[in-house]
Structures are given as structure tokens and as C-alpha cells.
Design a protein around this ligand. Structure first.
Ligand SMILES: [Zn+2]
Length: 124
């Protein structure tokens, strides 16, 4: 499961941060702002679910996950359209994903991030 492996890394790095001296916070006081590329995950729902499972029994339990998915961008060689696509428009498993242009329907390459863009820990 793709999301699970990704979130495992995220949670691991957050817990390492929380283990540093001087950082004292309880789960409910924390908000995790996570920005990922749309090609890094299959669905936002599965990503949230993986987070919930992974933080159980850790200092991050009951923390809030603010998940921001950076959309993929399509650049159409036919009509010149450039813009973001909605979630689920491309299969993240494809190496060179193509999607139909929302303006003219031509299959065009999409670009997007396949990884974690940023992780931020906000403590109330
Ligand atoms: Zn087009």
C-alpha cells in the first residue's frame, strides 16, 4: 500500500522531532500540515486513514492532519492549455502519465510531484 509506506516515513520523522529535548506537546494540541504531490498518493482518504493507524499509541495520537495535495499540471501541446487537474485524473503508478486535455481532449503529459513537499508541525 503506497500511502501507508509514505505516511510511515512522515510519522517517523515527526516522532523523531517530538523526541527532541524541549519539545513537549500532547496529541490534541498538535496539527500536522503535510503537503504531498498528487503523484505520491492514490487518494487523500487512504492517506488520512494510514495516518490514523500509524499515530495510534504514539505522541501524535489525536493530532490533526491537515493534508494538502499539490495537484498535477497538464500542459497541452495542441491548444496550449496549462493548468491543474482534479484529484484522481491520472494514475500515480504510471511512469509517464498522460491525461486528456480539459479544453480540447488531446492526450497530454502531466507533471507533478511524487513525494512529500513539506511537513510542518504546529503546536497550539
Ligand atoms: Zn488542449
Amino acid at each position: 500500500m503506497h500511502e501507508y509506506a509514505l505516511m510511515e516515513e512522515v510519522v517517523k520523522s515527526l516522532l523523531a522531532k517530538l523526541a527532541e529535548p524541549g519539545v513537549a506537546a500532547e496529541g490534541a494540541e498538535m496539527e500536522v500540515v503535510l503537503k504531498v504531490g498528487a503523484l505520491a498518493i492514490h487518494s487523500a482518504a487512504a492517506t488520512r486513514q494510514a495516518y490514523e493507524v500509524l499515530v495510534k499509541g504514539t505522541k501524535l495520537e489525536n493530532s490533526r492532519l491537515n493534508l494538502i495535495v499539490e495537484p498535477v499540471t497538464l500542459a497541452c501541446p495542441n491548444c496550449g492549455f496549462t493548468g491543474p487537474l482534479p484529484e484522481g485524473a491520472v494514475d500515480p503508478h504510471e511512469q509517464l502519465p498522460l491525461a486528456p486535455c480539459p479544453q480540447c481532449g488531446t492526450l497530454a503529459p502531466v507533471t507533478g510531484s511524487r513525494g512529500v513537499e513539506s511537513i510542518e508541525l504546529v503546536i497550539d
